[in-house]
Design a protein around this ligand. Structure first.
Ligand code: ADP
Ligand code: MG
Length: 257
């Protein structure tokens, strides 16, 4: 049994601050990720969502506080879509997930190909294994990247705005895939601009250069927390069945003087 297979916390942070060498861009972050949790990471552009992921991946040292990542991480980065814009198949991309576990002198072999194919089947793309990654739809590409993370045997998934640019149907597929992966005991951090979507997940972590709140969506996503998280970039429309509907305005939409 590996350390990964324990039932405990998959990752935790306390008093975490981070900077890129200059001013602190993220501070006072404290949260825990337990198996089975889908955690929405909310915040405006520049709020620190991607920075938090970099810290969890060990790509960026923290300037204060503590962070412990106890499970293997799989990541779906925000920028990968363009970086993988060269001719490789969906299977090739999923196979990349096996590389980190092979000794440097070994190339992926039959075993690795089998595991990569299985992962593509899990995300519903077994049939498209030989298609060019660059020619898949945005939603299919996101799911290939999730497959790559699964091939890494990751119990902690970090998905940086995986729903951006997806049509409704692709978003629904990815969403139900994430539910299944959580049910299997993975912990999943998902940064998103969609507050209403995050209400359906287990926890939310609200960031605006510092942590605004962390907790269950129903208790946490109060109007005050949403305003502190998004600054002036929100409108709250009162009424409707659920009480209120919140929309985040795009960053260029500023009407206040
Ligand atoms: N490579 C970098 N070097 C310096 N500053 C950066 C770098 N990446 C991000 N930042 C700054 O860190 C802050 C948080 O950015 P980021 O984590 O990318 O926010 P988000 O993902 O929520 O949009 C921003 O002020 C951004 O300008
Ligand atoms: Mg980002």
């Amino acid at each position: 049994m590996t350390a990964d297979a324990s039932n405990g916390v998959l990752a935790e942070a306390s008093g975490l601050s981070a900077s890129y060498g200059g001013p602190v861009v993220l501070e006072d972050v404290a949260f825990q990720v337990e198996p089975g949790m889908r955690i929405g990471v909310l915040g405006p552009n520049g709020g620190g969502k991607s920075t938090l992921f970099r810290v969890l991946l060990g790509e960026l040292p923290l300037s204060r506080g503590e962070v412990a990542v106890k499970a293997r991480c799989g990541v779906v980065p925000q920028t990968e879509r363009s970086r993988l814009d060269y001719p490789v198949s969906a299977l090739d991309v999923a196979l990349m997930g096996t590389l980190s576990r092979l000794p440097w002198w070994k190339r992926p072999g039959r075993d690795e190909r089998r595991r990569a194919l299985e992962a593509l089947e899990v995300v519903g793309l077994g049939e498209l294994a030989n298609d060019q990654f660059g020619e898949l739809s945005g939603g299919q590409r996101q799911r290939v990247l999730v497959a790559r993370a699964l091939v890494q045997d990751a119990r902690l998934l970090l998905l940086d705005e995986p729903f951006s640019g997806l049509d409704k149907q692709s978003a629904a597929r990815l969403s139900s895939l994430l539910r299944d992966l959580a049910t299997e005991g993975r912990g999943i951090l998902i940064s998103t601009h969609d507050i209403e979507q995050a209400r359906r997940w287990d926890l939310v972590l609200c960031l605006n250069r510092r942590q605004i709140a962390f907790g269950k969506p129903a208790e946490t996503l109060t109007r005050a927390v949403i305003e502190a998280t998004y600054g002036g970039e929100i409108v709250v429309v009162e009424g409707g069945d659920s009480g209120s509907v919140t929309a985040v305005l795009p960053p260029h939409h500023h009407e206040e003087s």
